[in-house]
Design a protein around this ligand. Structure first.
Ligand SMILES: Cc1cc2nc3c(=O)[nH]c(=O)nc-3n(C[C@H](O)[C@H](O)[C@H](O)COP(=O)(O)OP(=O)(O)OC[C@H]3O[C@@H](n4cnc5c(N)ncnc54)[C@H](O)[C@@H]3O)c2cc1C
Length: 397
């Protein structure tokens, strides 16, 4: 059995950043991921044709200068040089078969009348709907802005706590305001896992945890067992709840209170000459079967264009491909390559702050059980890395 100081379950940015901090502190660390590669929602699959390389994002796509903890890791991993600017192309609405600009869809008098409330209204204790419908006006919120918010976690966000979406954080002045990486965000995962000292196991799903002689025993689907002084769970809340099930029913039950949404993401690659649509950052389609179609036009390529459609779950492949072709105005034969991925995003609700306080109270006496992920103080990348950093700070063995 492989002996470790720390085993991290889940190789998305939450697990990778937690593992990174542990390795830096000289701890013998292993990360175990069920997919073929690490990254989780940092998924930037590559397409190669006739010697031409392309990649697109099936999950997260944008980082900001305010992502200080992420940037700290990026810097140490030697990745600052691959930070790439995002071209200024618009986020647009797609409705009635047409691409419309955000501004042209807004009721400007209503916006001008409502906007001054931004100086007096506090987000604390308010839902996204109650806060933003006052800031932009009810009609603007209903017809335009709510759809942009829904596109972020691919679900209806009316009841999300307003202070957990679009947080203001201190920016780094020496870094681009928003950026990606030369080969997409998954480069960050590759850089962390290729650093020395981290043991990485992919295509290995963790099935169970148990305690034995003061150690955690972590069992994978291929029968491998890992032992560790501390375990970090960096998987969706329902999975963390399942893994803790019999070993820690109180925390498992508490995690089980949270909800999450599944997102079926389908990425398509098209030759540039076969697509006439003007460059966009993303298309947001109100009340459609997809929440958004995020484009690679933010990092223009000479040969290809790519879109990741984030669909509501449960649709069959034919329905999704038909809608993709309708929106892009192309026949199926124009699609060079298709990639698919299932993403899980938390459903945050008012009262989440209390849930979080209770979580940290329950964990207070358990220095060797670390919980991280995108369901703590927010789902942005920096929220995940910050959570991992503070969980790393709790380890004591
Ligand atoms: C479509 C989309 C777009 C987004 N865009 C942005 C953006 O532009 N900017 C931003 O800041 N944030 C964005 N986010 C949010 C952010 O990317 C995510 O919240 C963050 O990447 C989640 O990281 P994570 O490690 O917590 O979870 P995940 O990335 O979901 O990773 C969890 C990992 O655990 C693995 N796993 C699960 N169960 C097991 C098991 N039993 N054994 C082993 N492994 C297991 C999974 O396979 C997965 O790899 C976006 C999210 C999505 C879905």
């Amino acid at each position: 059995m492989m002996q470790n100081d720390v085993v991290v379950v889940g190789g998305g940015i939450s697990g990778l950043s937690l593992a990174y901090y542990c390795v830096q502190a000289g701890m013998k660390t292993t990360i175990v991921e069920k997919n073929e590669s690490t990254g989780g929602s940092f998924a930037s699959p590559r397409y190669s044709s006739g010697g031409r390389e392309f990649w697109l994002e099936l999950g997260a796509h944008t980082c900001y200068s305010s992502y200080r903890n992420l940037l700290g890791i990026v810097e140490k991993c030697g990745l600052m040089g691959s930070i790439t600017p995002r071209a200024k192309v618009p986020f647009s609405l797609y409705s009635d078969g047409q691409v419309k600009s955000l501004v042209s869809s807004l009721d400007i008098p209503e916006l001008l009348f409502s906007a001054p409330k931004i100086f007096s209204l506090k987000k604390n204790g308010m839902s996204v709907k109650s806060y933003y419908s006052q800031i932009v006006g009810q009609k603007n919120y209903r017809n335009v802005i709510s759809h942009f918010f829904n596109a972020v976690p691919s679900q209806v966000t009316d009841d999300f706590p307003a202070d957990m979406m679009f947080k203001s954080r201190e920016k780094r002045k020496d870094v681009l305001k928003n950026y990606t990486f030369a080969e997409g965000l998954q480069s960050v995962a590759r850089a962390i896992t290729s650093g020395s000292g981290l043991n990485v196991f992919t295509s290995s799903e963790i099935l169970s945890l148990r305690r034995e002689n003061g150690l955690y025993i972590i069992t994978a689907s291929n029968g491998t067992e890992y032992s560790a002084k501390a375990v970090g769970l960096a998987v969706p809340s329902a999975e963390a709840s399942r893994l803790l099930g019999t070993m820690d029913p109180v925390i498992a039950g508490h995690l089980g209170l949270l909800k999450a949404a599944s997102v079926d993401s389908v990425g398509v690659v098209i030759r540039k000459e076969n697509l006439s649509m003007k460059p966009v950052a993303a298309l947001i389609s109100p009340n459609d079967i997809f929440f958004s179609a995020v484009s690679r036009d933010t990092v223009p390529d000479d040969n290809f264009r790519g879109f990741a459609f984030h669909f509501r779950p449960g649709l069959d492949e034919k329905t999704k491909m038909t809608r993709i072709c309708e929106v892009l105005g192309i026949g199926p034969s124009r699609i060079e390559k298709t990639f698919t991925r299932g993403n899980t995003v938390p459903t945050l609700q008012l009262g989440h702050h209390q849930w979080l306080e209770k979580t940290d109270t329950l964990l207070a006496g358990k220095k060797n059980l670390l919980l991280t992920g995108n369901y703590f103080s927010g789902m942005a990348i920096e929220d995940c890395v910050s959570r991992s950093k503070s969980e790393f700070g709790r380890i004591a063995f």
